[in-house]
Each structure stands twice: as C-alpha cells, then as structure tokens.
Write a protein of this length. Sequence first.
Length: 57
Amino acid sequence: MTLYFDNNATTAPAPEVLAAMWPYFAEHFGNASSLHSHGEAAAKGIAAARAALARLV
C-alpha cells in the first residue's frame, strides 16, 4: 500500500474521472479555441460539460 502525502501539489484522479476524461486525452485533445476539427471536438466536449454542470446548479 502506498501512502501519498503531497495532495496539495497534485492528487491522483478517481477512476471515474479518468474514464470520463480519457477520450479527451486520447482523441479530442485539440485546442478548443481553434477552428480545426480537433478544436471543434474539444469545444463540443467543453460545452457539454458546462451544460451538465449548469443542470446541477
């Protein structure tokens, strides 16, 4: 068992977070401010995340 005491610097993400983010690490990694297809895919992901958060508030 590993004990990690530097969570102030960084923390390992939960498995659920990794699963949700993996497509953006592997496929949709473009700059969301760019007009090319990679950027548009990233921008769509950001828009979907914002909408999901707005529904929670």
